[in-house]
Design a protein around this ligand. Structure first.
Ligand SMILES: NC(=O)C1=CN([C@@H]2O[C@H](COP(=O)(O)OP(=O)(O)OC[C@H]3O[C@@H](n4cnc5c(N)ncnc54)[C@H](O)[C@@H]3O)[C@@H](O)[C@H]2O)C=CC1
Ligand SMILES: CC(C)CC(=O)C(=O)O
Ligand SMILES: [Mg+2]
Length: 374
């Protein structure tokens, strides 16, 4: 199937640090537009807590409409601690994100994890353990316990969340994950809890069936508890990890320890007719408004967007700019470097590197107190 052209991008900045990291991601889109003479059309919409405040709904009709008509969606993050005080309420920012994923059937959430060359010291893990780590988590995104029936009985004293998966939901993401494995090191590990959960047993049987069509892929199985441990102990063993919505959510935050910060991780959420790109992290409310958040996860999500539209050169250009900053130690404070840079300084620098604006790069370097990086 020919890939659509990327033209209309709907941007959902969201809450907390969402708007701050998205502003930097947008700079990388503008830089690519400038460098390659592309004409992108950007549109904006509310989601999450901002949307509740503006419209009374975490996922307004207008936002759905704008997302449906977009070629791609770029999202910051949602969530506001003030809603945690009223957990009993039906209205939560998170419902906006869950509704967006479900309504657009964004069933595959793809979360790559890699260690930057010569930057193993940024990780709290021993350098020898994380050398050559390069794997991708395929997290099912529109099913499982996040979407099952939930409720309470016995005057609210007993609560339940149902976990439901169908064969077809498992099969469609399994096929994507096996296809990805074929383009990589041809290893796929299904992470589940099949020793306890019936849904996990269904996952195993469907994945074994799909695996027959991919005899070149070495398929393995791990229970989630063991996988969580192995990911810290010997993460280089993984190539593709395929897993459920809940397990993938947890494993990917854990995986961020490998490169050194949750702020570094990008993701792509893919459906049949829509695609969305967002950093793995949440709204990090403690950092909101301080210009300290790491924008690299959001910026690398832009690279994933370009790659999805087969704009390989553009994707590489964004990744090259991020790599350059990382290698030169130009990072935000979460990576615990001695001299750190602000979220917006990183966004400006990435813009200048991509746009090849050498004068600006040197000016910005002077103002942030380092020697030339190119
Ligand atoms: N995709 C989304 O929009 C997500 C939204 N959330 C929501 O975000 C809110 C906060 O949730 P938390 O559990 O605190 O998760 P979080 O991901 O916002 O932050 C957890 C920790 O990760 C680090 N971190 C996260 N993003 C960072 C960045 N860009 N730069 C540097 N460090 C970063 C910080 O140390 C932070 O304390 C909640 O309302 C939650 O529901 C949580 C996860 C994903
Ligand atoms: C609302 C949550 C399910 C978001 C989250 O933690 C994620 O997608 O990683
Ligand atoms: Mg998460």
């Amino acid at each position: 199937m020919p890939v659509k052209q990327l033209k209309n991008i709907t941007i959902l900045p969201g809450d907390g640090i969402g708007p701050e990291v998205i502003a930097q991601a947008e700079k990388s889109i503008q830089a690519i537009a400038y460098r390659y003479n592309h004409d992108f059309s950007l549109d904006y919409a509310f989601i999450g807590a901002h949307a509740i405040e503006e419209t009374g709904s975490p996922f307004p009709e207008e936002t759905l409409r704008k997302c449906r008509k977009a070629d791609a969606i770029l999202l910051g993050a949602i969530g506001d601690p003030k809603y945690d005080e009223k957990f009993e309420s039906d209205l939560r920012p998170e419902q906006g994100l869950l509704a967006l994923r479900k309504q657009l059937q964004l069933y595959a959430n793809i979360r790559p994890i890699k260690v930057y060359d010569n930057l193993t010291h940024l990780s709290p893990l021993k350098e020898k353990r994380i050398k050559n780590v390069n794997f991708v988590i395929y997290r099912e995104l529109t099913g499982g316990i996040y979407y099952g029936k939930k409720g309470r009985y016995e005057n609210g004293k007993i609560a339940y969340d149902h976990c439901v998966y169908s064969e077809s939901e498992i099969k469609r993401i399994a096929i994507l994950a096996f296809e990805a494995a074929m383009d990589r090191r041809k290893k796929l590990c299904l992470v589940d809890k099949a020793n306890v959960l019936e849904t996990s047993r269904l996952w195993r049987s469907v994945v074994k069936e799909v695996a027959k069509k991919y005899p070149d892929v070495e398929t393995s199985f791990l229970y989630i508890d063991n996988a969580a441990m192995q990911m810290m102990n010997s993460p280089a063993q993984f190539d593709i990890i395929l897993t459920t919505n809940l397990f993938g959510d947890i494993l990917s935050d854990e995986a961020s320890i490998i490169p050194g910060s949750l702020g570094l991780l990008p993701s792509a959420s893919i459906g049949r007719n829509s695609c969305l790109f967002e950093p793995v992290h949440g709204s990090f409310p403690q950092a909101a408004g301080k210009d300290i958040a790491n924008p690299m996860g959001a910026i690398l999500s832009v690279a994933m967007m370009f790659r999805h539209f087969e704009m390989e050169q553009e994707a590489l250009e964004v990744e090259r700019a991020v790599d350059l900053c990382m290698k030169e130690g130009i990072m935000t404070k979460d990576l615990e470097v001695e001299v750190h840079y602000s979220c917006s300084q990183l966004g400006d620098l990435i813009y200048s590197i991509i746009a090849e604006d050498l004068e600006q790069i040197n000016k910005k370097q002077l103002s942030v107190g380092s020697s030339s990086i190119i």
